[in-house]
Design a protein around this ligand. Structure first.
Ligand code: SAM
Ligand code: SF4
Length: 437
């Protein structure tokens, strides 16, 4: 059993840990990019706020602890980069905005309002567009949550991680259980139906019994969206050292699988639908912003270390690029001030790379990959032609892990829990096809 975390896509390759090893293994004979004739005029926008009040023991996102954040300079740079990237991406509509981090609830609400205004003056932002902000319980006094709402935010994602005091300490969280409970309650008052809670499972000594109790507490407090991430041991974190030195022992695969299955059962029994490996919603409150990533749509990434995927304006060429912004905030600001944006890398994406991403991302969802979505990226061979009659895929289909039908290809419920080998086999077949094998 395996699960991989996926959060916000500001580190596309990192977040679904599956990708780097897979991509390294793939052959790259047809690396030249093909013309992307279907330039999309809509995109989502991710905004990365890179500062935190404290380092959590498990986290290797792009974040910095600073006492001297220059809020007005950061705001000006965020606004400038939004304007520049919307312009060069030629997007005329921004479908959703996601403020992630780091800890964007540490930012001043004026920054959030200015970014939203910049989007509105650079493109169409539909009135009902989802505008999410990630919030840490200690940085969200009720008044601040209200300010964010006044600034235009209409959805909150709260990083609770655990309801147990000991586990919060182990994870290095700044907040207490009581802080989290207070924050959820204020958030539900101000953003009814639009509050999501992040929980990390797979912590040391986590038994199914303890987890069950915690899930009951989660259900008694939560709104209509929950994200459950398996604790991932990331290089460069204190957790990595503790695990390496056997100071910390994490649950083995069997316990991990039990924890995951328990969570699915408990949440489903209370009306939640698992619409993605790590995401659960009820009353139709699916996160629209992340859904766009899973469906392979274009997105613009603003702020230090943010990632994007779009086809920039350049004469005569229409080529989708994988873009990354400069990581370090001061260097990023200087670059934005000098040239309007702080893009560190803009690498044309080959057609093969786009299809690999679509497989990895799309199969994480309950709905899988639609034939039409595949066709937009690759019109010469359908998914069925490429995969359906291959022995290994037939085995997955016959064992009920993978489904093909009129709408597309998708992993079954059972398949979602063992997704990595399935995706790996699909990637191998795709690469064999590409290399003429
Ligand atoms: C990077 S944080 C940013 C949001 C906010 N600063 C917070 O801590 O809640 C986004 C989410 O990623 C998840 N996350 C980050 N690192 C992780 C890891 N190593 N394993 C599992 N989940 C992780 C956590 O659930 C966290 O809520
Ligand atoms: S988990 Fe959130 S608060 Fe903790 S270090 Fe990472 S980004 Fe900052």
């Amino acid at each position: 059993m395996e699960l991989k975390i996926m959060k916000n896509m500001n580190h596309l390759y990192k977040l679904h840990g599956l990708i780097p090893s897979m991509l390294k293994q793939t052959t790259r004979r047809h690396i030249q990019s093909l013309a992307d004739t279907s330039v999309q005029n809509k995109a989502t926008l991710y905004v990365h706020w890179p500062y935190c009040a404290k380092m959590c023991s498990y986290c290797n996102f792009n974040k910095y602890i600073r006492n001297d954040v220059d809020n007005s300079r950061m705001t000006e740079c965020m606004v400038k980069e939004v304007e520049t990237l919307i312009k060069i991406s030629r997007k005329t509509e921004i479908k959703s905005v996601y403020f992630g981090g780091g800890t964007p609830s540490l930012a001043e609400s004026g920054m959030i309002a200015s970014v939203i205004k910049a989007v509105q003056s650079s493109a169409t932002l539909p009135e009902n567009a989802e505008i999410t902000l990630e919030a840490n319980p200690t940085t969200t006094a009720r008044a601040k949550l209200r300010e964010f709402k006044d600034a235009g935010v209409n959805r909150l994602s709260i990083g609770v991680q655990s309801f147990y005091k000991d586990d919060l300490e182990f994870l290095g969280r700044q907040h207490s259980t009581e802080d989290a409970i207070r924050c959820i309650s204020d958030a539900k008052d101000l953003y009814p139906g639009d509050v999501s809670i992040d929980i990390i499972f797979g912590r040391p000594n986590q038994t199914v019994e303890k987890w069950n109790k915690e899930l009951q507490q989660l259900l008694s407090l939560c709104d209509d969206h929950v994200s459950l991430y398996q604790l991932t041991v990331e290089r460069g974190t204190p957790l990595f050292k503790w695990v390496q030195n056997k100071i910390v022992i994490l649950p083995d695969d069997e316990v991990m699988a039990d924890l995951y299955e328990t969570a699915i059962e408990v949440l489903e029994s209370r009306g939640f639908d698992q619409y993605e490996v790590s995401n659960f919603a009820r009353n139709g409150k699916v996160g629209r912003h992340n859904t766009a990533y899973w469906e392979g749509e274009d997105y613009i990434g603003v702020g230090p270390g943010a990632h994007g995927r779009f086809t920039p304006y350049s004469q005569g060429k229409h080529q989708r690029e994988a873009r990354v912004q400069i990581l370090e905030p001061n260097r990023w600001m200087t670059e934005v001030e000098n040239q309007g944006h702080g893009t560190k890398l803009a690498k044309p994406q080959s057609q093969l790379e786009q299809l690999e991403e679509l497989l990895v991302m799309g199969l994480r969802t309950k709905d899988g990959i639609k034939h039409q979505t595949w066709k937009k990226r690759f019109s010469s061979k359908s998914m069925a032609d490429l995969f359906y009659n291959q022995d290994i895929i037939t085995q997955y289909v016959n064992s009920g892990l993978l489904h093909f039908d009129k709408s597309g290809m998708r992993a079954s419920k059972k398949g979602l829990a063992v997704l990595n080998p399935i995706v790996q086999d699909l990637l191998n077949l795709l690469n064999d096809h590409w290399s003429g094998g």
